[in-house]
Design a protein around this ligand. Structure first.
Ligand code: ATP
Ligand code: MG
Length: 416
């Protein structure tokens, strides 16, 4: 018979298991706890949207839209795209559902995203993000609150050391346009020395040259004019309010006047939390203010600010997780013992005590299983024990073994 080929995973996808999965869950659980402290409501979003949702809002010329989207025609002939980011879909939902009535609206979500990128460590084609957005608030206080949330999250994950907040302002539309003209002039003068990609960007998206990772672009990008000379007084006043708020909260930051974000919709505040512990994949959390986005989707002018963080990248920075085994593993041996164990385990779990059963094998095999999963106790129920209404409970840490009456098991195993 011909051998059946086992299917391969799609390139750039991950099957997250074991320690990696524990890291992943820990990041998500910490995020879910901290977002409540800041009053962010959870929202669940579709994984795909009409292609126009991303094409219009991210900007046709951005890398994500021009090279990285998973777009396809469905059976009805509609062009759909697997979401490459959350913000555009959340903005679409804001408009579809009339959430204007709730502004300012603080929303958070997490889940998978899809980008056709060159896979490497910390860069996948299906990856996962945490996301936080404040929609309908033009106040600098919203930027400050979001950044405090991000900073607290990194502290609670225990990874704040070695991660720095780099902050910039892209000004309002007026400042940004004036700066853009100055940049174009500067880059035109050095056009011949720019990389091929950056020569293209000069026509389509000159700000992105500042962000270029090509070595030959760096001296030209580094000598480009700062936005500061082009900031309107309103825009610099806004930025000052953001930095004063951060200082008041003790959130440390550094100014990076070269920081621009990859997507077209950003205004005013732009930021990244960066580490040098992940090589080229050093940005763990990034975002900014996107006051123009909802309008670009045909909605009313609506100021908004948000960030997203890569769950895998945060997970890689975590200390090695302590794997926590169950409070007890049950070993039923003999007639009627399995049913008794099942009943007792139900009782324990309802009392918040975790337990598992070693399903089969002799005593030795089952004890090995209990050790392998890192159980705190083994509960042995044999026919004799059952007849006497007791169980033999062994503490795997100390090696002590005692007889406990079945009615006292919950009390004996309850967490102190
Ligand atoms: P990069 O410069 O690394 O490509 P980006 O600017 O494209 O990042 P954003 O769109 O701002 O990233 O996404 C926010 C965060 O999501 C990033 O800081 C990173 O932690 C994570 N992220 C982005 N793309 C990927 C990916 N392909 N695989 C894993 N994580 C990613
Ligand atoms: Mg990218």
């Amino acid at each position: 018979m011909a051998k059946i080929q086992t299917p391969q995973p799609v390139r750039g996808t991950q099957d997250i298991f074991g320690e990696d999965q524990e890291r992943f869950s820990h990041v998500v659980e910490t995020f879910e706890r901290v977002r409540r402290l800041y009053g962010f409501k959870g929202v669940e979003m579709p994984v795909f949207e009409p292609t126009a949702v991303f094409a219009r809002s991210l900007g046709e010329t951005t890398d994500v839209v021009s090279k990285e989207m998973y777009s396809f025609e469905d059976r009805g002939g509609d062009s759909l795209t697997l979401r490459p980011e959350f913000t555009a879909g959340i903005s679409r939902a804001f408009l579809s559902n009339g959430w204007q009535q709730h502004v300012p609206l603080k929303l958070s979500t997490h889940g998978p995203l899809f980008r056709y990128e060159r896979p490497q460590k910390g860069r996948y084609r299906q990856f996962h993000q945490l996301d936080a957005e404040i929609i309908g608030a033009g106040e600098a206080a919203a930027d400050v609150e979001l950044l405090c949330f991000a900073d607290q999250l990194l502290h609670e994950l225990g990874i704040a050391d070695g991660v720095t907040l780099q902050l910039n302002t892209l000004g309002d539309a007026e400042s940004r346009d004036a700066w853009r003209d100055a940049l174009v002039e500067h880059f035109q003068a050095h056009k011949a020395d720019l990389s091929k990609d950056s020569q293209d960007r000069l026509e389509r998206n000159p700000l992105r040259i500042l962000d270029s990772k090509e070595r030959q672009d760096r001296p030209i990008a580094d000598s480009a004019p700062d936005i500061d000379a082009y900031l309107s007084s309103e825009a610099s006043g806004f930025f000052a309010q953001v930095t004063e708020g951060l200082d008041a909260c003790g959130v440390s930051w550094t100014r990076d006047s070269r920081l621009v974000r990859g997507l077209d919709y950003y205004r005013h505040t732009a930021f990244e939390f960066v580490t040098d512990r992940l090589g080229a994949q050093g940005t763990v959390l990034a975002g900014g203010r996107y006051d123009g986005l909802i309008e670009s989707l045909g909605g009313p002018a609506t100021p908004a600010v948000g960030w997203a963080a890569g769950i895998e990248r945060l997970g890689m920075l975590l200390e090695e997780p302590k794997s926590i085994g169950p409070d007890a593993v049950f070993v039923p041996l003999g007639e009627g013992c399995e049913a008794a164990a099942q009943r007792l385990m139900n009782e324990l779990r309802r009392a918040n005590i975790s337990c598992e059963m070693a399903y089969k094998g002799n005593m030795k095999k089952r004890m090995q299983k209990a050790n392998a999963v890192g159980a705190a106790h083994v509960v042995i129920i044999g026919e004799n024990e059952l007849a006497n209404g007791v169980a033999a409970v062994k503490n795997l840490e100390t090696g002590d073994q005692r007889e406990i009456v079945l009615t006292g098991l919950v009390a004996a195993l309850a967490k102190k």
